[in-house]
Design a protein around this ligand. Structure first.
Ligand SMILES: [Zn+2]
Length: 398
């Protein structure tokens, strides 16, 4: 069932992003940028008088020219609304937002949509908050996917994780224990502009799509743009480089949005996870230096246990260790930054494979790649719960 869902999501994304058309009548979120005052007036009218819900801006009166509008359109109104838009020459596009919307709608009591910011090209950065019960003083974990555009299995994992959590809460004991103790924030596509670009123009694009005033090179490596030994060895000041660090730490709206959210919630978030591909590795701080993290032995033990479980259940090998020593120095990464912020359990996963298909992992491999990562997430999250609860319940010494 889960395999079918993920393939369905991918096939739909493929169709939607390549053709710009969607022939079915499911609920959708349309992204529209009005270019004239007349289009603004029509959108105000549509969002006030038809069965739709305005997601962005908060109220029709704030709709204006050259500013993106996100309009939720229920399946039964879809035909009328799209005809109306077409008649007035108003173009629209769809995205993965369709899935996010559907999930939020189908689970109103347990899934909340949080707009953490917007991308350089003004696509919304939506995180889903999974909160399966209302226990007081609940802590949280954060998962982001797709910071590098071409690593397509990463967003698939985020969708997979949400689906698994909602389907197996109260069924599978591990996911139940995790969700009973932690709320989970999931950001499925951290770099939506780059992701879209990989579907439409260049499958191998890695960075975001911000424009540089100094030359024609586009994009910043968002995983070099955080404030952790920013732009030292392992990153580049050259805007044309694949590992361009940006003009200053958090210069990019995408990295700034994530950093702002985590800064505001740093007392809640106990576990930070960032999902990448490929090379099959479970990495933890530091990547920006060869020094060891203060709780290195804890992080090592967790990563080792997760890698052993993947080996035991899936007969697949994952390397593990601090990023700087395990692959290469990579300053400005989100995991190191989150760690320095005070989130003491911080990991970067590099999913399948080891290079045979690389970024072009076939859809037939997605299910297994996601299941492997899921088992690692579960083991690490359970350990975090165990360690943090033991720390808070131990008797105070004076
Ligand atoms: Zn990556």
């Amino acid at each position: 069932m889960t395999t079918i869902l993920i393939l369905f999501v991918f096939m739909n994304l493929d169709t939607i992003l390549k053709t710009g058309h969607c022939t079915d009548t499911r609920d959708q979120v349309l992204s529209i940028t009005p270019t004239t005052q007349k289009q603004v007036d029509i959108l105000k009218n549509v969002s006030s008088h038809y069965e739709t819900a305005l997601w962005q801006p908060v109220s029709p009166e704030y709709i204006k020219e050259e500013t993106q509008v996100h309009l939720f359109v229920p399946g039964n109104s879809s035909g009328i609304i799209k005809n109306l838009l077409r008649t007035h020459g108003i173009t629209h596009e769809y995205a993965i937002y369709d899935w996010i919307n559907r999930t939020t709608h189908d689970n109103p009591d347990t899934v909340k949509l949080i707009l953490v910011g917007s991308s350089y090209e003004k696509r919304p950065l939506y995180a889903l908050k999974l909160s399966l019960n209302n226990r007081p003083n609940k802590k949280a974990m954060w998962i982001d996917c797709g910071i590098h555009a071409r690593e397509w299995v990463a967003p698939a994992f985020c969708l997979w994780f949400v689906h698994h959590s909602l389907s197996f809460y109260k069924v599978n004991k591990d996911i139940t224990h995790i969700l009973d103790n932690l709320d989970v924030y999931v950001l499925p596509v951290l770099n939506p502009d780059g992701y879209k670009y990989t579907w439409t123009k260049n499958r191998m694009w890695r960075k975001n799509r911000s424009q540089n005033n100094a030359n024609n090179c586009i994009g910043v490596d968002l995983n070099r743009n955080f404030d952790a030994n920013w732009c030292t060895e392992g990153a580049s000041h050259d805007p044309c480089s694949e590992i361009y660090c940006g003009s200053f730490p958090e210069s990019e709206p995408e990295s700034q949005a994530v950093a702002d959210f985590l800064r505001s919630n740093k007392d809640l978030v106990q576990l930070y996870l960032s999902i990448h591909s490929y090379s099959q590795m479970l990495l933890f701080p530091y990547s920006c230096t060869l020094e060891e993290a203060e709780n290195h032995s804890d992080l090592l033990e967790m990563a080792q246990e997760a890698a052993q479980a993947i080996r035991r259940y899936y007969r697949n090998t994952y390397s593990y260790g601090p990023g700087g020593k395990t692959i290469y120095l990579a300053p400005g990464g989100s995991d190191d930054w989150a760690y320095n912020l005070g989130i003491k359990y911080s990991f970067t996963f590099e999913l399948q494979d080891r290079g045979r298909y690389g970024f072009l992992l076939p859809t037939s491999h997605i299910s297994r790649a996601c299941n492997e990562a899921l088992i690692a997430v579960k083991i690490i999250a359970l350990k975090v719960i165990e360690k943090t609860q033991a720390a808070t319940s131990s008797p105070q010494t004076v």
